[in-house]
Design a protein around this ligand. Sequence first.
Ligand code: ME8
Length: 523
Amino acid sequence: MNDKTYYLTTPIYYVNDIPHIGHAYTTIAGDVMCRYKRMKGYDAFYLTGTDEHGQKIQQTADEKGITPQQLVDEVHQNFRELWGVLNISNDDFIRTTEPRHEIVVQAMFKELMDKGDIYKGTYHGLYCVPCETYVPESNVGEGNTCPDCKRPLTPMQEESYFFKASKYVEALIEHYENNLKGIIPQSRYNEILSFLRSGVRDQSVSRTTLSWGVPIPGDEKHVVYVWFDALINYASAMGYINDRVKFEKYWKEARHLVGKDIIRFHCVIWPLMLLALGITPPVAIIAHGWWTVDGEKMSKSKGNVVDPFKMAEVYGVDPFRYFLLREVPFGNDGDFSERALVGRINSDLANDLGNLLNRTLQMIVNYFEGKVPEVKSDPEITILAVTVLEKIEKHYEEFAFDEVLKTIWAFLGRGNKYIDETMPWKLAKEEPNSEGNMKLAEVLKTLYEILRMSALLISPFMPDTANRLWAQLGLAGDVSKLKIDEQKWDSGGSVAVKKAEVLFPRIDIAKWEESRNIKKKGD
Ligand code: ME8
């Protein structure tokens, strides 16, 4: 049995809306991490799913004149379909309306009630319906509006169950003090710790104003508050009740990937719930930034919501995956523009990677009849390859996907420069068995090894491209199933390469602009 386990989750997405690039971003990032871990020999479990209860869903269903069940059954399919299109390697897809989830929500709620950590009271407050949250008085925006979505708040008073969050705050502070990487990046860690030190009030965890939720055991006019319900998916999907072996195996390695909008729920409420239940909090919560589009906030009313299905169709799945993780340091906000995507396809993919492959294969064909020379590669590049692997490992630990890619691309860049420096076409003119002629074999073997190692390293980001690259290198099999550490440097000799095919066709900018009706200056 593999004892190197890893467990990573995405947020579960609301199904009142169709998926957009924000959802695609989080899910691709998690996918890359799990694919990398598997190639490093881990048994990595990747979970995603949909959040299907609550007022937002009920309201959307009402507006559409269908039942909430019909709505969630229909809309959750869009997410499943998108993950198929984007080549996401999730091991499970949890829906919060599934019985396997609901039984865990009820069991945890009951356990906390029995312990006295959930009690009944009355809640008064200003509620934001779209955000599904009460807004504390200190945060209410001008004219009683929500500080996040700016929409008007509704005054509400209701009988409610409360979770004694305050009781576990000290324990959580201590947990984070002992786990300095418990929240990534550091700035979020500091923010959450100072929030915790300012105190956390008991949390309302039930609603009587709607029926679309998990009923509270023994008091069925209440349903469980949607966030209390949703967070539990991370445990219910792992068999918290039905499969304890699985739960124990993966939970100790649990990590949650989230957008910065929902860090308090994940870094404060969820770990407090876990501590109350006697469960260890996750190893880490990793928060990423927010995408805008062409400099503006993405919104339906502006009509600028980027459709990931369309991006994948027009530009290809792999370039889209690559772009999202290369463009912006994880944790920072970023701006999406198709122009920037086209720029990266042309420069990074077609030029840097595509050209290196083409030039190398062409020279192996021209000078060695297509057979990779059976010699050792250049010692200088061999040393470089070792440092590349070490750097990449470190960047993954920090979830610094952009740095991983920069490191791979610097390596490819070294390959391109190596061709310019060694000028194989000159070496090829020298006498057979002369020093220069022997150097030619070394140069081409070195370039071949750079490409072989790059195929392995890009596989988590661009699984199909890695396989196409691998096949052109004359190698068989699915790269994503290989183990990086077993693929020793210089082990890839004695094969016949395939004819070089264009990996990424260049996009003609003038035609691209024309197809989008983008007028040039002065037109
Ligand atoms: O919050 N940029 O679901 P949700 C980057 N159901 N990421 C974005 C984004 C953007 N502009 N917009 C959305 C919920 N995201 C809850 C979660 S978890 C127990 C419950 C991503 O459908 C980002 O990961 O609103 C964010 O956290 C998530 O989508 C929110 O998805």
